[in-house]
Design a protein around this ligand. Structure first.
Ligand SMILES: [Mg+2]
Length: 372
């Protein structure tokens, strides 16, 4: 695998509605897309999932742009890799952090290798599923009733997991209202770091609602306090932000800091680390699932491929394109069937969807070509 050129673009995709989590509101998604080319004319796309401010992790659109142009692309362009799994170690050597831009390039290299070998990306990664159960993530609503309406609509659409974003003051009453309205629905909560261990008694009250899991309630980089919290909860803790590498997944298991992992390949540096975490979790009886970062259809293609691996046993946050975008940048758009499943596109090599280059050109606000 030999990547000779990366075209880096920023586009703006308007969301259908603003998405509110405990740390802020996203209305207009700035997205970094990469087009990668090899010497023989093969090309593919990848996406950097950073937000425009560091509300989720230290990476942002602008720091990622800088990191790719200055440090990441120069290590990859013109270098021959026997296998795409060799790309991440090259990006790790004496180069701290910047995991999302590293992941964008690394995942692009996997997709380029799949394109070149004529195999679906899902198969190159070792995926075994041909469809994936899908969950929805519901932002914090103005009232419990508003959340109940959203959750009921999601269940009616077929979603297999309904994630309720919570924050202090908008937690127990909100989750209780949804549980009372939907006694059998597969519900979970995601707090995006909004609590401290001093508020453990509030989180303990959520045990009454039979949640599949509660996701990352405490600090974004914490493990020890989550271990203390997990001891006090019957609901499994799922870690998201804190799991940035295989080592952190090992620490989670050693400490008992969580029982489920949300793997977002962008957060951990790409597919190589995602596969390592997947395999480690499988060996230790820890289920995983694939979370979302408000990706376009390009990032969705990468997530669907990853979520086809066998230990992705919980529904992934892989909502169809129409949930977020008036019009996506891929054809066909991502859809979900009435049973809440997304199909893995296995009949085509690479990403399995056609990237709408004309639409991306129209949406581009800046662009640079790196390499030959
Ligand atoms: Mg999360």
């Amino acid at each position: 695998m030999l990547c000779i050129r990366i075209t880096l673009r920023e586009i703006r995709l308007p969301l259908k509605e603003p998405f509110r989590i405990s740390s802020g509101v996203v209305a207009d998604r700035r997205i970094l897309l990469l087009e990668l080319h090899d010497a023989d004319g093969a090309r593919t796309w990848s996406e950097c999932v950073a937000f425009d401010t560091p509300i989720y992790s230290p990476d942002t659109i602008d720091t990622s742009w800088l990191a790719i142009a200055e440090w990441i692309a120069p290590r990859v362009l013109g270098a021959t890799f026997a296998h795409p799994r060799d790309v991440f170690p090259t990006l790790e050597r004496d180069f701290r952090g910047h995991l999302m831009p590293k992941a964008a390039v690394e995942m692009g290299c996997w997709a380029l290798a799949a394109e070149k070998e004529g195999v679906p990306l899902a198969r190159l990664l070792g995926g075994t599923r041909d469809c994936i159960e899908t969950g929805i993530s519901l932002g914090i609503q103005a009232s419990p009733d508003a959340l109940v309406q959203r959750a009921a609509a999601a269940v009616a659409e077929g979603y297999r997991k309904v994630k309720l974003k919570i924050e202090p003051g908008r937690d127990v009453a909100y989750v209780r209202a949804v549980r009372e309205a939907l006694p059998d629905a597969p519900l979970m909560a995601d707090a995006n770091n909004a609590y401290t261990l001093a508020q453990a008694d509030v989180l303990q009250q959520l045990d009454a609602f039979g949640l599949m899991m509660i996701e990352q309630p405490l600090a974004w980089d914490d493990l020890l306090q989550h271990a203390s919290l997990q001891k006090r909860l019957t609901t499994p803790v799922c870690l998201d932000e804190s799991i940035t590498s295989l080592d952190r997944a090992r620490d989670m298991v050693a400490l008992g800091a969580g029982r489920i992992v949300n793997i977002k390949p962008g957060r951990v540096g790409g597919f190589g680390p995602s596969l390592a975490i997947h395999d480690f979790c499988a060996a230790h009886g820890v289920p995983v699932w694939c979370g979302g970062m408000l990706e376009s259809g390009v990032g969705r293609a990468h997530n669907v491929a990853l979520a086809s691996l066998p230990n992705f046993t919980k529904p992934g946050d892989l909502s169809p394109s129409a949930r977020y975008w008036a019009r996506d940048v891929v054809d066909p758009e991502w859809t979900m069937d009435a049973e809440g499943r997304v199909r893995v596109p296995l009949e085509r090599a690479g990403l399995g969807v056609t990237v709408d280059v004309d639409r991306i050109e129209d949406l581009t606000v800046r662009c640079v070509t790196l390499g030959a």
